[in-house]
Design a protein around this ligand. Sequence first.
Ligand code: ATP
Ligand code: MG
Length: 252
Amino acid sequence: MRIRLEHVTHAYAGSAESAAVQVLDDVSLDIASGDFAVLMGASGSGKSTLLNLIGAVDKPTSGSMLLDDVDTSILDESRLTMLRRKSIGYIFQFFNLIPTLNVFENVAFPLSLANAPRGEVKSRVAEVLDEVGLGSRATHFPNELSGGEMQRVAIARAVVHRPPLILADEPTGNLDSKNGEMILDLIRGIHRTHRPTIVMATHSERAASYGDYVVEVADGKVMRGSGAGSRESEKSGSAPTPDPRFPTPASK
Ligand SMILES: Nc1ncnc2c1ncn2[C@@H]1O[C@H](COP(=O)(O)OP(=O)(O)OP(=O)(O)O)[C@@H](O)[C@H]1O
Ligand SMILES: [Mg+2]
């Protein structure tokens, strides 16, 4: 899914007690379909705000926010809900699992919302739980899992409907380095296998190195760094096999 921001400005409205907060100021950005983009910037610079605008959780104060040429800033709530359910997977720093649902039910949640047939729900959930290595934990509850496992469940939930867009807000921010690495490997594996567009906010240089390029967020502006897709393949010594259905960064 292609992401385009055109002259996007975003301010959080103030109240009687608080002044309005201007976060993004005339931001334009184009992220091609299948890119793995990384947002970096100081705390409070607007990374989560940007993810919320891209994910149609919030609307820009002005400017256009386009997903595959659809301007989400003018869609009504029911269309936005459909778009979010069908096309977007969100991964959060604090996992956001539902504590009263077991692993299977948490992962099945987006499919249940979309009224998917039971048989399909069962097979899809089993497939993604295997993908994140938790096939044997389906009946466990979140409080019986480690942090790394909870994030793996959250990733399974984010990808169970095979969304063309995955947004991750500091997905390793609450994990130790070993679990963080495992989560990043998992996200990279999903990117290579299914080629969704991924936008990930992080404070970690290590995490950022997993993306194709970095978008710096500072002073209300964004600046796209040079492509680093080659950097990753140089490091690992093996470039991912190109999928002919999706253009590689070099051919776009
Ligand atoms: N609902 C809100 N109302 C008012 N101001 C807000 C609101 N949400 C965020 N802000 C402000 O907007 C600015 C950007 O916040 P945002 O959460 O996008 O930053 P961030 O880059 O994600 O930071 P961090 O790295 O700490 O997560 C901050 O100054 C924050 O205080
Ligand atoms: Mg944030």
